[in-house]
Write a protein that binds this ligand. Structure first.
Ligand SMILES: [Zn+2]
Length: 305
């Protein structure tokens, strides 16, 4: 069993999820704990280690099995260093891989959350069977990962796929988390759309999506405008990477029933003719793309490399 099942951890700014995951992406003995993001890197490492020990004991596993982990970047995955994660105190030039390996006595592989979720979707979810595909997560921010010619793209410092900071406008009242105006994330992330929904008099994005499903005109026009903002980034991605499929995950994908057809329509109206018809689909693994991808880092190291 141990050879085909590994520990997987998805560290988020508020929640850390851990589980045993196999090659097919089955998630077992799942646990979720609060990320002690304000208490420093050692506290985060200790919370992860505790969760992993408890999973192993619950599963009756006494042998050392490797661990794959993803966390908000930027991380230097090759050197195993958290470079400067803004949402976790102490994740600044922190040797995360070594600290975890010391705490648990097992080999550890780490990766930025966007590429890791892309890997999960590519191996076990909506990206299966493609050689070129891009995963985009639209939630608090916009992140992503790129599979190009059958390889997960890493880029300098392993930072490829930070699609949320593609500048779509030079002037905009929407200021990004990075401090600059007009990033895709500032215009079309879940937080940006939520803010616009509240200003427009909705109780939030779920309210917009529910009313749009009921064909309410005001909600439909909100969804149309949101689709325009999302489509602009997807158009850029398609021209850059020529993917067979763009997979959209994250909280905003809960509205994919109403958003999806409009995004496709707008993308097709804007891309160069040979790019028309590029598949744009909803993520297949829901909230587990990162967790399952973290396991695949270890289970399919050659594909992930
Ligand atoms: Zn930005």
């Amino acid at each position: 069993m141990a050879a085909d099942v590994v520990l997987a951890v998805d560290v988020g700014g508020t929640q850390t999820r851990a589980a045993l995951v196999d090659r097919e992406g089955h998630v077992m003995h799942r646990q979720s704990v609060r990320t002690p993001a304000d208490e420093g890197a050692d506290a985060v490492v200790s919370a992860i280690a505790q969760s992993c020990r408890s999973i192993l004991s619950e599963a009756g596993i006494t042998t050392a099995i490797p661990l794959g982990l993803c966390a908000p970047g930027p991380l230097d995955a090759k050197r195993g260093i958290a470079l400067s994660t803004p949402t976790i105190r102490g994740f600044t030039n922190f040797p995360l891989r070594q600290a975890l390996s010391d705490a648990l006595g097992v080999p550890v592989t780490i990766e930025n959350d966007g590429p890791c979720a892309a890997l999960g979707e590519w191996m076990c979810g909506a990206g299966r069977g493609t050689e070129n595909f891009v995963y985009v997560t639209i939630s608090t921010g916009i992140g992503g990962g790129v599979v190009s010619d059958g390889h997960l793209m890493r880029g300098r410092l392993g930072l490829a796929g930070h699609v949320g900071h593609m500048p779509l406008k030079t002037e905009s009242s929407a200021i990004c988390f990075c401090g600059k105006p007009g990033c895709w994330e500032a215009e079309a992330s879940g937080s940006a759309l939520q803010k616009k929904a509240l200003v427009a008099g909705f109780t939030g994005l779920p309210d917009v999506f529910a009313r749009a499903e009921g064909r309410e005109p005001k909600a439909l026009s909100f969804v149309a405008a949101a689709s325009d903002d999302i489509a602009l980034g997807v158009v850029a991605i398609i021209h850059l990477f020529s993917p067979e499929r763009v997979v959209i995950g994250g909280g905003v994908s809960n509205g994919f029933n109403v958003l999806g057809p409009l995004i496709r329509e707008r993308v097709d109206a804007r891309v160069l003719p040979p790019f028309r018809g590029t598949e744009i689909v909803r993520a297949g693994l829901g909230d587990d793309s990162g967790l399952i991808g973290a396991a695949q880092l270890v289970l399919h190291p050659h594909t992930a490399a």
